[in-house]
Design a protein around this ligand. Structure first.
Ligand code: FAD
Length: 400
């Protein structure tokens, strides 16, 4: 019997363990430092787990060499990943943009089938066991936890990255890999919130809108996207914002521009003039009643400089035009990008040049493999990161 130890019982580690256990001559020990395997998974996709995306092409991935992801994604494209999950009993549904979720709408279902898949005589799951060291012995590996030392023919590093630290993101994987001679690129938080001057977002905290977002440096557009935007007490969150934070990393002089009403300025102005005519006695800051949530409508008026205390009928056209402009382009100075605590993924990781993309085996240490977020590959928002975790975990689990 060959002994395989997988360090990290997250998405990629569980997939690797199930795949490796299909070989009857392999005994798998999956070691997880937290009390339960897959803790982060239950929080993914706002508790719904966006487990893959049908359009998982390499262009949705980042890193020093995004092409590294190509071999694993070609070997385990979304259709094959979904077949793997179907085989475990999971039923799924595909939504807008090719995003796939469990039919139950609960991330817990994804976790449940993975745990079920691990219930095999040749799989042992050790939880609450942080691996503290790996040593290369002449022909085997020695893996140490506070309770015991294990010996293995092969080791898969599946420790994830340091994003989502509240859910267990740690630096352990980088340190364990470094102890065996591997190096990493710089790490920074990706798919995270933008911090902005707090005045407007704080007052709008909890409001979610569908908007177009542009990230500007001075007047130069750096990134643009559309979708879900959530106002928080420190700035902006939501999937549309996650997609542009990558472009914000390490830059200054940035502004986030929200287009809340994607219509020509003249059309918006005509609507405001019609509202003014219809409700001349309405308080001016309620002129957007019915067009936007009331807190947002009032905030847009304040932002546009609509005079407090006036009636709608008293507003000069210049103020209505300023409001129409604000509805199309509300600008918030960006003060930074939120850290690893709230980030969904770590950009950067173990240098991919030190691993064979077709096997995910180390080029430096035979018998050592790595998969998932620990490697210098991260994906766009929309199921791409879990797709990478499954694809790379399944490939590493083949122990080619
Ligand atoms: C809030 C949130 C929501 C997300 N939503 C989505 C989504 O909907 N779709 C999507 O595609 N991606 C999503 N992601 C990203 C996705 O969850 C990760 O990219 C993915 O889980 C990475 O898989 P992994 O196996 O590499 O790492 P993880 O899933 O992080 O697993 C690594 C595991 O290793 C363990 N570990 C670390 N060090 C040790 C050690 N020394 N000894 C033993 N065990 C150790 C950790 O405790 C952890 O359980 C989300 C992330 C977050 C934080």
């Amino acid at each position: 019997m060959k002994e395989l130890v997988i360090i990290g019982g997250g998405a990629s580690g569980m997939a690797a363990a199930i795949r490796a256990s299909e070989e009857g001559n392999t005994h798998v020990t999956l070691i997880e430092r937290q009390a339960r395997a897959g803790r982060k998974l239950s929080a993914t996709g706002n508790g719904r787990c966006n487990l893959t995306n049908l359009d998982a092409e390499v262009c949705h991935y980042h890193g020093e060499d995004p092409g590294f992801a190509g071999a694993a994604l070609a070997e385990y494209p979304p259709e094959r990943v979904l077949a793997f999950f179907r085989g475990l009993g999971l039923r799924t549904v595909t939504e807008y943009g090719g995003r796939v979720y469990p039919l139950s709408d609960h991330a817990g279902s994804v976790l449940d089938v993975l745990r079920l898949g691990l219930e095999k005589p040749n799989v042992r799951v050790l939880t609450a066991s942080p691996v503290t060291a790996i040593r290369r012995e002449p022909t085997r590996f020695r893996i140490e936890t506070p309770e015991e030392a294990l010996s293995a023919d092969s080791v898969i590093l599946a420790c994830g990255g340091c994003a989502g630290s509240r859910l267990g993101g740690v630096m352990d994987g980088y340190a364990l890999a470094a102890s065996l001679g591997h190096s990493r690129t710089a790490l920074y938080p990706a798919l995270t919130q933008l911090r902005t001057a707090p005045e407007y977002p704080r007052a709008l905290k909890g409001i979610r809108v569908d908007a177009r977002v542009r990230l500007l440096q001075g007047e130069r557009p750096l990134a643009e996207t559309a979708g879900d935007v959530l106002f928080t007490d420190t700035g902006l969150s939501g999937t549309a914002v996650f997609e542009i934070t990558r472009a914000a990393a390490g830059k200054s002089g940035l502004t986030a521009e929200l287009c809340l009403f994607d219509e020509p300025e003249e059309t918006l102005l005509a609507d405001l003039l019609a509202r003014q005519k219809r409700w001349p006695n309405l308080e001016a800051n309620r002129i957007l009643t019915g067009a936007a949530q009331s807190r947002l409508g009032q905030m847009l008026c304040r932002y546009a400089g609509v005079s407090g205390g006036l009636r709608a009928g008293e507003l000069p056209e210049s103020q209505l035009r300023a409001l129409a402009q604000a509805m199309r382009a509300m600008r918030l100075p960006v003060t930074g990008v939120s850290g690893f605590e709230t980030a969904q993924v770590t950009a950067g990781g173990l240098r991919t040049g030190e691993f064979d993309p077709k096997t995910l085996q180390s080029r430096l240490v035979p018998g050592l493999y790595a998969c998932g977020e620990l490697l210098d590959i991260d994906g766009d928002c929309g199921g791409y990161n879990l797709q990478w975790a499954w694809a790379s975990g399944l490939l590493a689990g083949e122990l080619r």
